[in-house]
Structures are given as structure tokens and as C-alpha cells.
Design a protein around this ligand. Structure first.
Ligand SMILES: *Cc1c(COP(=O)(O)O)cnc(C)c1O
Length: 395
């Protein structure tokens, strides 16, 4: 197929040219004297992205899912109770992992399209006067439904209940794209992966671990080896890793962090909000369709889940977009399979790239029988972007 593939799934995201170039290197000795400088640069460089000065970033050759597992097995013990809420495929899978590891999960189900029910969390934590709940889990950005939760609110609920549980946050599709404040929100372990806001290929599971979480490690009775924080921190202290790291990925990460620093993290967040607002205008004002997120407070700046009209299979839109227009859109997962398709708008992205995705989605939707006015989404997004400024974007 001529021309380039338009990648608009919410991860993996487009890898910037500079990052691709940084990764094209000959293989080298991972124990050479030049490695500690790289190790130090990426670990220190991650701290501002998590907005932490006190936590310890750890990089595993893994993915976000490995990061989840590391958080649970380094701090808890089999049979421990955790509080979690389920409102999409990713929050669902983290709960499934907890159960499979032998944790007892107090599950709070919320509607798919809503986020962490903060008031309910507070009620449960206030009632847990014996402090049997050892950890509170929250998915910051539910990628399956395009919903962002209020993590500052979760912290406030825990404080209001005066509850000492650890706070673990899945920030896989928010870190580096949506404001995340580990220290301010008292997040004990924040989990991300390389292939979303960090603009790299998949292959790294990255966590940032608070001192409190590291202290909890002492009492943890889960068996662990590959994902042991102690082994990793000890080796990182000398500038190395306990096993063979992917140096090309670390070079790529160093370059991605440099790109983010050059743009300015706050400008990165503003750009994501501005681009996402244009996409939402296309969907709701242009096409007259609904998004999965139930209210503006849940709207995600990294992914929009577009509800297809009753009687239409969302999977057909995705299939048509890919086969005919070389455009990759995100699928509806689990409960929302067939009911929606998703446009990822995170990472290395600008207006014109998104217009391509919106135009392609428009053609594919019409092809499968969805009644929309041709060009209406593109026009609404253009109007939004022309009338607004992503602060820090070139004038
Ligand atoms: C992508 C994603 C994951 C899973 O990460 P993998 O890297 O595929 O293991 C977990 N949570 C959220 C919110 C995600 O978007």
C-alpha cells in the first residue's frame, strides 16, 4: 500500500524520528564503563515526568502489565486485601491479576464511561477501621473508554479517612501526556510503559516507587525474582542492571525525555488537551456522535472512544479504515466491543496528523453505513484549532 500507515491506536504511539535515530546503534557491552552515565541519565530524567523528587524510578525490560505485577508482589503478601474499581478493560485486568496472585480484592464496579468513584472509596476506607486494606488501586486513564480519573481526589479521600494504605496508580496512558503528580498526590507506586506518552516502542515497564512502598517491601511475603525492586535498585546504584538491559531502548528513552524537556512538560500537557479538544469537537459537534466518557470531568486528553450508532458494528469501521485507508484505529474491548472505536491522540502528534485520522475515520464510517455529513468532523476540529491556541505552540 502506497503512502504511510496512520497509527492512531492509543499505544503503541508514533515514535519520533529523533528517537528512532537514537535507537539505531550497534550492539555493545552492557557492562562497559559508559553505561552508568546512561543509566543515571534515564533514571534522573524520569523523575520530573512523574513529578517526584523523593521516589525511585525503576525500568524493567517488560511492559505496563509487568509494572502492575511488580507493584503488587514487592509490597504485599498473599491474602492481603486491596481496594480497586473496575470501569474498563485495563482496570478490569489489573483486578484480575490481583485475584490470580491470591490477593483479596474489594471491587467497586462503576459504569464503563465513568472513573474511580472517589466518594465510594472514602466510605469504604472510613469503614475499614482495622486497616485491613493494604493498598488502594486506581487507573488514572482508562484507555478502553477514554476516561481520566481524579487521583488527587483519591489521595484526599484516603487522607480524609486517615487510612494508611499504599496508593498504586496505573498511569500507563497518562504519564508524559496528562498531568501526573506523584509527590503531591502521595502516589506510592506509579506504573507506566514505554509505548504510550513516552513515544517509544513497547518493551519497558517503568515504575516510580515511594520510600513508603520500599519500606513495605520488608514485610512482603510474595515470592519474586525478576521483578524484585531490591535487586534492581542495588544494581542501578552502581550504574548497571541485574540482567541485560536493552541499551537501544534506553538510548531511545533518553532522547524521548530530552524532547519532552525541550517542549516543556506543561506545554506537552497543554498540547494534548488542545488536540483532544479538537477531536471531541469533531465527534460531538461535527459528526453528532457520543463519546463513551459520561461527563466532561472524565474526558481523556489521550484517547477518545467514539460510540457508533445502534445497529452498527464498531469493528467494521476499524476494519474498513485499516484495509481501505491504511489507518489504524483502536478497537472496543470486552463489554464495549463493537460498540465503539477509539482514536488515540497522545505522543508525537500535531493538528495535521489528527486531521488525517479524522478524515479517514469519516470515510470509513460512511462506508459502513453511518450517517454523517462528509467533512463535518474535520471542519469542527479545524474550527476548534483555529480559534484556540495550545499555549507554547508556535504562533
Ligand atoms: C496499555 C495499558 C496497559 C497495559 O500495558 P502493556 O504495556 O500492554 O502491558 C495498562 N493500563 C493502561 C491504562 C494501558 O493503557
Amino acid at each position: 500500500m502506497a503512502g504511510r500507515n496512520f497509527l492512531f491506536v492509543p499505544g503503541p504511539t508514533n515514535v519520533p524520528e529523533r528517537v528512532q535515530q537514537a535507537m539505531v546503534v550497534s550492539m555493545e557491552d552492557h557492562r562497559s564503563p559508559k553505561v552508568p552515565e546512561l543509566t543515571h541519565a534515564v533514571i534522573e530524567g524520569l523523575k520530573p515526568v512523574f513529578k517526584t523528587t523523593t521516589a525511585t524510578p525503576i525500568i524493567f525490560p517488560s511492559t505496563g502489565t509487568g509494572g502492575w505485577e511488580s507493584a503488587l508482589t514487592n509490597t504485599l503478601s498473599p491474602g492481603d486485601k486491596v481496594l480497586a474499581s473496575r470501569f474498563g478493560q485495563f482496570s478490569l485486568l489489573w483486578i484480575d491479576m490481583c485475584e490470580r496472585l491470591g490477593l483479596e480484592v474489594e471491587v467497586v464496579d462503576a459504569e464503563w464511561g465513568e472513573g474511580v468513584p472517589v466518594e465510594k472509596y472514602q466510605e469504604i476506607l472510613e469503614a475499614d477501621t482495622d486497616h485491613t486494606i493494604k493498598a488502594v488501586l486506581a487507573t488514572h486513564n482508562e484507555t478502553a473508554t477514554g476516561v481520566t480519573s481524579d487521583i488527587g481526589g483519591v489521595r484526599a479521600a484516603m487522607d480524609a479517612a486517615d487510612h494508611p494504605a499504599l496508593l498504586f496508580v496505573d498511569a500507563v496512558s497518562s504519564i508524559g501526556s496528562i498531568d501526573f503528580r506523584q509527590d503531591e498526590w502521595g502516589v506510592d507506586i506509579a506504573v507506566t510503559g514505554s509505548q504510550k506518552g513516552l513515544m517509544l516502542p513497547a518493551g519497558l515497564g517503568i515504575v516510580s516507587v515511594s520510600e513508603k512502598a520500599l519500606a513495605a517491601r520488608e514485610g512482603s511475603k510474595f515470592p519474586r525474582c525478576f521483578f524484585d525492586y531490591g535487586d534492581m535498585i542495588k544494581a542501578n546504584g552502581t550504574g548497571y542492571f541485574p540482567y541485560t538491559p536493552s541499551l537501544p531502548m534506553l538510548y531511545g528513552l533518553r532522547e524521548a525525555l530530552a524532547i519532552m524537556e525541550e517542549e516543556g512538560l506543561e506545554n506537552v500537557f497543554r498540547r494534548h488537551h488542545y488536540l483532544a479538544s479538537g477531536v471531541r469537537a469533531a465527534v460531538m459537534e461535527g459528526w453528532g456522535l457520543q463519546i463513551c466518557a459520561k461527563a466532561p470531568k472524565w474526558y481523556s486528553d489521550t484517547v477518545t472512544a467514539i460510540m457508533v450508532p445502534e445497529g452498527i458494528d464498531g469493528a467494521k469501521v476499524i476494519d474498513r479504515a485499516f484495509r481501505r485507508y491504511n489507518l489504524a484505529l483502536g478497537a472496543g474491548l470486552n463489554k464495549v466491543a463493537g460498540k465503539l472505536f477509539r482514536i488515540g491522540h497522545l505522543g508525537d502528534l500535531n493538528e495535521c496528523m489528527l486531521l488525517g485520522a479524522l478524515g479517514g475515520a469519516e470515510m470509513a464510517m460512511q462506508d459502513v453505513g453511518i450517517q454523517i455529513t462528509p467533512g463535518s468532523g474535520v471542519a469542527a476540529a479545524e474550527s476548534y484549532w483555529r480559534a484556540n491556541e495550545a499555549e507554547g505552540a508556535p504562533a
